[in-house]
Design a binder for this molecule. Structure first.
Ligand code: GLA
Length: 412
């Protein structure tokens, strides 16, 4: 096989590595190890902050957190990726604080304490945690949500929050993870990643309706259809905390307000969309043209999720390819969040025989996905790797995604 492949760690090995890191840095036994997956979104991109639909699956690649509860308010965090231990206290964790990567772990405790969903009198104090991960960082596969979600299920268990055993409880944990990311890490993302990591099911895609937070588990077993989902991490830099994501979100919210709607979800595709675009195209300047494109992407993308799910419900998974292709074109031309590396991965995947391909996640780099015949995974990956070499791009990294398990405890 050409190209670099990133296989997921075996879960017990991942848990052991986290526990060993904990022991070596803190000189004590953790209370346990918990892990949570990264995700890949099948379709429904940049819809989650517009009240729309999205359809992620959990990856077999997980972030492992060995954690021990403390009785004081001290937080100590280590990661195999960072040499230095992060040490602080709970009162240092607040919106506006510059906590670096610790925001994604400490922020979850802050958000849970700030939530009204904890039982009266319950408060999360300090903890020590050691983090290891095989979710690629900066690949648009939600390494940050995996860390938040692993910490959330760990705190749920060690503090007896009683939220891990039901979907309703997990929705509360996911909401806390989103607040950690939005308010403590300062990334204005929607809720897809954390919902996927906490609420998806193995063998299923998660149809998340972000208007009301409801989910439906849609059977998604590609191998039963002789298919596979190839994920191509383009290694092109992906950074959501910059202005591009926030700027698109603000454009969508302003457009919905101008149309007198709570969110763009309230606009139906077809005639309703055309009428909305006619309003938004005034006064005809560049800003209005940009708004038209952004809104067209969001509304048509939500419709594509509905069509994609209808095909899955009908057992016609091999027919979803054109929807993936259309999603990519819309993200590239209307939402303008693709890049040369993503476009090349998608183009070569298609010309090499993929049934459909698209960028996935926030964009501006990160990963693409291709739906392929199971027997052609290696050949298509090789053709993409060769094309990247010819274009002078950094070599991509590949993984194969099966719909895997959500955040949970690994060891006692
Ligand atoms: C990032 C965000 C998500 C979502 C996607 C785009 O992954 O974290 O909330 O908005 O981008 O679909």
């Amino acid at each position: 096989m050409t190209g670099e492949w990133l296989t997921a760690w075996d879960r017990s090995a991942g848990a052991r590595t986290a526990a060993e890191l904990f022991r070596s840095r803190f000189g004590a036994e953790p209370d346990g190890v918990w892990s949570a997956p990264g995700r890949v979104n099948l379709i429904g991109e940049h819809t989650d902050y517009n009240g729309g639909l999205c359809l992620p699956i959990d990856l077999p690649h997980r972030t492992y957190v060995a954690l021990r509860r403390r009785d004081d308010d001290v937080l100590r965090l280590v990661s195999e990726r960072e040499h230095a231990m992060w040490t602080g206290t709970a009162d240092q964790v607040h919106p506006g604080a510059d906590l670096g990567w610790a925001a994604y772990a400490a922020g979850v405790a802050w958000a849970l304490n700030a939530s009204s969903d904890l039982a009266p009198g319950v408060r999360i104090a300090g903890f020590d945690a050691a983090v290891t991960s095989c979710v690629p960082y900066g690949a648009g596969l939600s390494s940050s949500a995996a860390l938040e979600s692993a910490v959330a299920v760990a705190l749920n268990d060690v503090c007896d929050l009683g939220l891990g055993g039901s979907d309703a409880g997990r929705a509360v944990l996911a909401a806390a993870c989103v607040r950690a990311e939005n308010e403590i890490a300062g990334a204005p993302t929607g809720g897809m990643d954390q919902s996927s990591s906490l609420r998806a099911q193995p063998g299923h895609a998660l149809l998340l309706d972000t208007r009301d937070g409801t989910v439906r588990h849609v059977p998604f077993d590609l191998s039963a259809h002789g298919l596979a989902l190839l994920v191509i991490d383009t290694r092109a830099e992906h950074q959501l905390a910059d202005g591009q994501y926030a700027n698109r979100r603000a454009t969508c919210e302003a457009a919905a307000a101008r149309l007198g709607r709570a969110t763009l979800r309230e606009i139906g595709a077809g005639a309703e969309l055309e009428a909305a675009l006619a309003v938004l195209s005034e006064p005809g300047d560049g800003e209005a043209q940009t708004t038209v494109k952004r809104v067209r992407h969001v509304v048509t993308e939500i419709a594509r999720v509905e069509q994609f799910v209808a095909l899955l419900d009908d057992g016609r998974v091999a027919e979803v390819g054109p929807l993936m292709d259309a999603s990519h074109v819309s993200l590239r031309d209307d939402y303008e969040v693709s890049c040369a590396e993503l476009d090349l991965a998608v183009t070569v995947a298609r010309s090499s025989g993929a049934l459909g391909a698209r960028m996935t996640g926030g964009g501006f780099g990160g990963s693409a996905i291709a739906l392929v015949e199971a027997g052609s995974v290696d050949r298509i990956a090789t053709e993409i790797a060769d094309a990247f070499g010819e274009a002078g791009f950094t070599a991509p990294v590949f993984l194969v995604a099966d719909a895997s398990a959500p955040a949970d405890r690994d060891t006692d």
